[in-house]
Design a protein around this ligand. Structure first.
Ligand code: HEC
Ligand code: HEC
Length: 366
C-alpha cells in the first residue's frame, strides 16, 4: 500500500465512523431513489399502480431528474439547481425528513414533534391563510431559523444559494407527494384513473402553489405598542374567546381536552405558551399570524373571522402570548392554574371549592 492509499483508507474509515455516528458525515455514495407511497403500493391493481407511477414521474421527474410540477420542462440550469438542492438535502435533511420527504427518516421515530412529512403539501408556519400552501419565502425562513423548541435545526450558516436550492427541492418532494396522494385517493375510490380528469389533478397542485405565492396575509390593523395594559386585555380575551379551552388558563396547555391529532395522524397537543420557545417565531407578527391564520395540519384554528369586528383583540392576544412566553425567561413564577376552563364566576368558585377539596388537582368536568 502506498502512503496515499493508506491515507485514503484511513479517511474512508473516519468517514464511515462519522457518518454512522452523526448520520450526516459524508455524502452517501448511492444515488437518490424515490419510492411510491404506501397508498400506491396498497392499490390492489398492479397495472393501475404502474399508470399512477408513470403520471407522477411525468410531472415530477425521477430522483435523478427531479422536477417541480409547477415548472414543467425545466431548463438545464433549473435542473442543476434542483440537483444541487438534492445534494444539500441528502447531506443535511434526509436523516429526519426521509428520501421521499415523507418525514420518515432514520431519526424520525425518536423525535416529538415528528419531522414534517412534506408529501401532503401542508406546512405549519406560513404567512398564508389557513389551508393554503406556504410561500417559498416561508420555507426559506423556516430553514434559516429552524423551529425553536423542536429538533428542526437552524441552517443560518448555510450559503444562501444552498438554502434556496434545498427549499426548491423540498417543494419538488412536496408537489410530487401531493400529486401522488391525490391520484392515489382517486385510484382507490374510482378503481381507475380517468384520463379526462387527470389534468385537473395536476392543475390543482399547480394552482394551489401558485396562489400561495401571492397570498401573503397582512395584519388587519397596524401593530400598536404592546403594553402591559394590552396584555391584560389579551388575557381576558384568552379566557373568554376559547383559547384557554385548549391552552389552559395559564397557557401551559395542560387541559383535559387538549389532545388531538394532526393531519398526519399523530397525536398533538396545544402549545405550552409558557415554554419560552414559540415554534412559529418570537416576533409579534409571527404570533399574530398564528392567531389570525391558525396552524395548518393541527387543531389550532384561525381566528380571522372571529375577530373581524374587533381586530385590535388579536394584538391584545399577541401581547398576552408574548408576555406569557417570556415569563420564564424573566424568572417570574407561573401561578398554579386550574386545568379546566372556567368562563363564569360561578364556575370559578365551584372549581376553586372542588380544588381545595382535592389538594389542587384538576378541576371537575362541567
Ligand atoms: C434533526 C432532525 C431534522 C433535520 C436534520 C431537519 N429537520 Fe426540518 N423539521 C424537523 C422537525 C421535527 C420539524 C417539525 C417541527 C414542528 O412540527 O413544529 C421540521 C420541519 C421542517 C419544515 C416545515 C416547517 C413548517 O412550517 O411546517 C421544513 C420546511 C423543514 N423542516 C425543512 C428542513 C430542511 C430543508 C432541512 C435540511 C436543510 C431540515 N429540515 C433538517 C426536523 C429536522
Ligand atoms: C382547538 C384547540 C385550540 C384552540 C381553541 C386554540 N389553540 Fe392555539 N394551538 C393549538 C395547538 C394544537 C397548537 C400547536 C400546533 C403545533 O405547533 O403543533 C397551538 C399553537 C398556538 C400558538 C403557536 C405557539 C408557537 O409555538 O408558536 C399560539 C400563539 C396560539 N396557539 C395561540 C392561541 C390563541 C391566542 C388562541 C385563542 C384566540 C388559541 N391559540 C386557541 C390548539 C388550540
Amino acid at each position: 500500500m502506498t502512503g496515499n492509499e493508506k491515507t485514503a483508507g484511513l479517511l474512508m474509515c473516519a468517514c464511515m465512523l462519522m457518518s454512522s455516528l452523526t448520520l450526516t458525515g459524508c455524502e452517501r455514495s448511492e444515488p437518490a431513489r424515490w419510492t411510491p407511497s404506501e397508498l400506491v403500493t396498497e392499490l390492489p391493481d398492479p397495472a393501475l399502480q404502474d399508470e399512477l407511477n408513470k403520471l407522477v414521474t411525468e410531472n415530477s421527474g425521477t430522483a435523478s431528474t427531479p422536477q417541480l410540477v409547477t415548472q414543467p420542462n425545466p431548463t438545464f440550469k433549473q435542473q442543476l439547481h434542483l440537483k444541487h438542492g438534492q445534494a444539500v438535502y441528502r447531506k443535511r435533511c434526509v436523516q429526519c425528513h426521509g428520501e421521499n420527504g415523507d418525514g420518515n427518516g432514520e431519526a424520525a421515530d425518536h423525535l416529538y414533534p415528528r419531522p414534517r412529512d412534506y408529501t401532503r403539501g401542508i406546512f405549519k408556519f406560513t404567512s398564508t391563510p389557513y389551508g393554503a400552501r406556504p410561500r417559498r419565502e416561508d420555507l426559506i425562513r423556516v430553514v434559516h431559523t429552524g423551529v425553536t423548541g423542536t429538533s428542526m435545526p437552524r441552517f443560518n450558516r448555510l450559503p444562501e444559494k444552498d438554502i434556496k436550492a434545498v427549499v426548491d427541492y423540498v417543494m419538488v418532494l412536496s408537489q410530487r407527494g401531493e400529486l401522488q396522494f391525490q391520484l392515489a385517493m382517486e385510484a382507490d375510490a374510482a378503481e381507475e384513473l380517468d384520463p379526462e380528469y387527470v389534468p385537473e389533478f395536476i392543475e390543482d397542485v399547480v394552482n394551489r402553489w401558485q396562489q400561495a405565492g401571492s397570498s401573503l396575509t397582512q395584519p388587519l390593523t397596524p401593530q400598536p405598542e404592546l403594553t402591559a395594559q394590552r396584555a391584560a386585555l389579551g388575557r381576558e380575551a384568552f379566557l373568554s374567546k376559547g383559547c384557554s379551552k385548549c391552552h389552559g388558563d395559564d397557557g401551559r396547555g395542560h387541559t383535559k381536552d387538549n389532545i388531538g391529532s394532526d393531519s398526519w395522524g399523530y397525536p398533538t397537543r396545544a402549545a405550552d405558551l409558557t415554554s419560552g420557545m414559540l415554534r412559529g417565531g418570537q416576533q409579534p407578527i409571527d404570533v399574530y399570524r398564528r392567531i389570525m391564520n391558525g396552524i395548518n395540519g393541527t387543531p389550532m384554528p384561525g381566528f380571522k373571522a372571529a375577530f373581524a369586528s374587533e381586530p385590535d383583540t388579536i394584538w391584545n392576544l399577541v401581547a398576552f402570548v408574548l408576555q406569557t412566553s417570556n415569563r420564564r425567561r424573566y424568572q417570574e413564577e407561573i401561578p398554579a392554574g386550574l386545568m379546566k376552563p372556567y368562563d363564569t364566576l360561578a364556575n370559578t368558585a365551584r372549581a376553586q371549592k372542588a380544588n381545595a377539596g382535592s389538594e389542587g388537582g384538576a378541576a371537575p368536568e362541567g
